[in-house]
Design a binder for this molecule. Sequence first.
Ligand SMILES: O=C(O)C(=O)Cc1ccccc1
Length: 481
Amino acid sequence: MTRVCAPHHDIFTRISFDGHLYGYVRGPSAFSSAKTLQKLKNPPAAPLLCPLRSSAASAPSPMGSSTAGSSLTHLQLRFVCKSSSMVHGHRPGTVSLPPAPCGTRRIFASSAASLPDDDGRKKSMKARALELNRVLDESAYEPSAKDMHSLPKPLSSADYTNLISDGPRLRVAYQGVPGAYSEAAAEKAYPNCEPVPCEQFDTAFESVERWLVDRAVLPIENSLGGSIHRNYDLLLRHNLHIVGEVKLAVRHCLLANHGLKVEDLTRVLSHPQALAQCEHTLTKLGLVRESVDDTAGAAQHVAFHKLKDTGAVASTTAAKIYNLNILAEDIQDDSDNVTRFLMLAREPIIPGTERPFKTSIVFSLEEGPGVLFKALAVFALRQINLTKVSSLLFKCMHVFSTLNDLVYMLVQIESRPLRRRNLRLSDDNNNGTPRFFDYLFYVDFEASMADKNAQNALGHLNEFATFLRVLGSYPVDTSMI
Ligand SMILES: O=C(O)C(=O)Cc1ccccc1
C-alpha cells in the first residue's frame, strides 16, 4: 500500500445516516491532500470535494480548479463520497481530530496515491517510525524467562510524543502484553500485521488517533463474561470508527511455574473476564482469584516473581512466551467460549451490500414509557434484525415499561445507566463537550449503512433520539458460524 503523508493538517471522517463518508481535510496542504482523496482507489467513485471555509483572503475555488501546493493556509475542505451517485443534503457534523503535535506529520494510511513531494517526507516518517521502534525495543523489561527481553514493552501515554507509524506492515494496537488473547485477535483480524501492545485500552485508542499505529483491536463482549463496558465508553469518548469485527474462540489454561502441582496453588491471577469464564473450575480448585489487566500480564507476573503459590489463567501462547507449565487446559466453563473484538480505525470504511454487514450505533432517549419500544420499532418495522438480548436490558425496565413486548426480537442492546454522569463525548465539533445522559443504548443491527432501509431506520430514530451516532458499518465476521 502506498501511503500519503499529509503534513500539518487534520483529516477526519464519519459515516452519515445516508451511508456517505464525509469529513474534512483541514490545514495548509488541504488542497494537495484533497486531490489525493480524489485519487483513492477505494472508494471506487471519486469523492466530491468542496471548499467549506478558508481563512485565506479569497474564497477557495472548488476542488479540481486549484493546483496542488496552493499557498492557501488553514483551508478546510469538506468531502463526501459514496460508491454510487451523490446524494445531497447529508447531515453535517463531523468530528475533527485533535491538532497534530507541533511538527508531527500525519499519514493518511488508507490512501492509494502519492503527493508529488512525498519522498523527503517519507524519509522523515521512516526515521520517526524507527524512533518508535527504538523506544519499544530499548524499554524492554527484565523478566525471568529467557526470551522475555525480546518482547516489546506495552505503549504507555509517555510514548506519544512525536512518534508516528510507518513501514510496510500494518501496526495494530491491542491492550495487554504479548501472549494476550487480544494479540491473537489482532493477528486474526489483520494477518501479517505488527501487533503493538498497549498498557491500557485508552492508550490503544490514543495510539491510533495520534498516528502511532494504524488500527486497534479491542475486546467488546464475550459469550460468558458479557460486555466490556469500558470499551463502549471509550468508543464514545474517542473519534475512531469500527471497521470490522473478529470473533475468537478463547481456551483458557491454568499456568504455574515448573515443578508446581495444582495442590501447591492457593491463588490465581488473570483478567476479570477470564476469571469469570473459569468460575466453576476455579471454585472447585479452591483458588482465590485476583484480577489484573490482562491474561498474559498475569502469566508474566507469575513467571517474573517465580511465584510458588500462585498460578495464572492465560493462553498456551502465554505459557510458551513466559516459560510456564500448563497444569490444566480448556478450563473455561463453557466450551463455546467466544470473544468478539472490534477493529478500529481513524477512517470509516465505505459500507457495502455485497456481503453481510453489521452497523453499530449508540443513542440516548428522553425518559418515558414506551420510548425504547418506539426506538426499537424503527428497526422491527423494517425487518432489520438486531443481534441478541443482553441481560443489561433488564436494568432499564423500570424506565421503559413496554420493554417486555420487545423480548421476542433478536436484539443486542447495551444500555449504560449513567445516572446523569458527565460523559465527555468526542462530539461533532471535537469540543470534547461534556454532556449528560441518563441512559445510552448501544445497538448492533444486521444491515449496512449503504442499505436504504437502514438509512431510513436511522433517519427515523434520529427524529426523536436526543443523541445518535453511527460507530461503524462493517462486514460481519462469519468465521465462527
Ligand atoms: O487479557 C487478555 O488476554 C485479553 O485479551 C482480554 C480478554 C480476556 C479474556 C477473554 C478474552 C479477552
